[in-house]
Design a protein around this ligand. Structure first.
Ligand code: SF4
Length: 377
């Protein structure tokens, strides 16, 4: 039985009541538990009572767990947008097929230029991102792209359309280390409302992707929800449930969570049900306390001030100097960006802020030895 089958048997809206009914005693129980925590504990940690009475305690605990588990290292990664071509109709995204603008699929020559520009920025951890278009941006394309990008990437991640188990297994042989596939929202009704057409409208296919990744033996799998699409209490409890499921079924797979808050995009979609900064702090600390091993990432969707505040409390991976436009590192401003970057500081500025906070910005993966601070990249 897949995670989709499991979650389809429950009314996910009940998570809202679960969160709202958590008492101070529930929060204290969750905070004092040494062993594995359940969804009830997670619900307590993201509850209003936890925010009002325990946010300082949670922040301190989250910071201590993170230092104990990950030291003072923050992994630096950079997204490389391969294409803005997409066959899907997501109401909240500038790349939706419904938006009319020039489309591009980067050629191998253009990707090489991007990789060289990225290498000059010091990055060896590259996240390939694309719209979802099987015909021009499917496996035939990835079979050419991965060997090229792998020449520049010690750690190679993808955030592209969901693929089959066989495809993931093949991409692993080409150097793929990690895949993120965000469910956007776990609420079936809302999912249907905002995914108006294309393969992504098939909720089962998307939600079963982490299962396929686990079976294909991909080392790290990223899950998450697009915060602002639906009630964050519901979606985040589903993310916690998804993590528990993955731990039970694919215990060898390392898991990561991101916290994308919906940003304004081409097409005029405005975020609804926003999550305040204070709640975001609480949510990130809640995930760290819920699962000490999680890789927690924060992108340039968030402001510089917020990122500087939250990184010490639990974050293990950040991007900096990002472009969300295909070809945007070598030739800025040529094509439409997917969403507007909020933290527009340069890589050096972000690294400087990290170093002032006592952190090492790590531009390599565990199997390489290059640190930017050592001048090796
Ligand atoms: S969110 Fe992804 S799948 Fe949806 S339109 Fe944008 S690029 Fe395409």
């Amino acid at each position: 039985m897949s995670f989709f089958d499991e979650v389809s048997r429950i009314d996910v809206d009940k998570f809202r009541d679960l969160v709202d009914s958590r008492t101070d005693a529930d929060v204290e129980r969750a905070l004092s538990k040494d062993g594995p925590k359940g969804v009830e504990d997670f619900a307590a940690l993201i509850s209003e009572n936890a925010r009002r009475h325990y946010l300082d305690v949670m922040a301190r605990m989250s910071e201590q767990i993170t230092r104990r588990r990950f030291g003072h290292c923050v992994n630096m990664y950079l997204p490389l947008y391969l294409t803005n071509l997409c066959s899907n109709k997501c109401a909240y995204c500038g790349f939706s097929v419904l938006n009319k603008f020039p489309r591009v699929v980067l050629t191998m020559e253009e990707i090489k230029e991007e990789c060289e520009a990225i290498a000059k920025m010091g990055y060896q951890n590259i996240l390939l991102v694309s719209g979802e278009n099987e015909r021009r941006g499917g496996m035939d394309y990835f079979r050419k792209v991965l060997p090229l990008v792998k020449q520049y990437a010690a750690y190679l991640q993808m955030e592209v359309q969901p693929l089959s188990e066989e495809d993931y297994a093949e991409l692993k042989t080409l150097g793929l280390d990690a895949v993120s596939v965000y469910q956007e929202t776990y609420h079936p009704g809302r999912y249907k409302e905002v995914h108006l057409g294309g393969r992504k409208a098939d909720m089962r296919w998307r939600m079963e992707t982490p299962d396929r990744l686990g079976r294909a033996g991909i080392d790290k799998v990223g899950v998450g929800a697009l915060l602002g699409l639906y009630d964050w209490r519901v979606d985040l409890c589903c993310v916690a449930l998804h993590l528990l499921y993955m731990r039970e079924h694919y215990w060898r797979t390392q898991m990561s969570v991101s916290f994308p808050r919906l940003r304004p995009a081409a097409g005029g979609f405005q975020p609804t049900l926003p999550l305040s900064d204070a709640k975001m702090v609480q949510v990130i600390c809640a995930f760290r306390i819920f699962d000490n091993e999680l890789d927690l990432a924060i992108s340039t969707r968030e402001s510089a001030e917020f990122r500087d505040l939250i990184i010490p409390l639990g974050i293990t991976a950040v991007s900096a100097g990002s472009s969300t436009e295909p070809g945007g590192y070598a030739h800025k401003g040529k094509y439409l960006e997917q969403w507007t970057v909020n933290d527009s500081r340069s890589v050096d500025e972000v690294v400087g802020a990290l170093e002032r906070g006592g952190f090492d910005a790590v531009f390599h993966n565990a199997s390489t030895t290059y640190f930017k601070e050592a001048g090796a990249v």
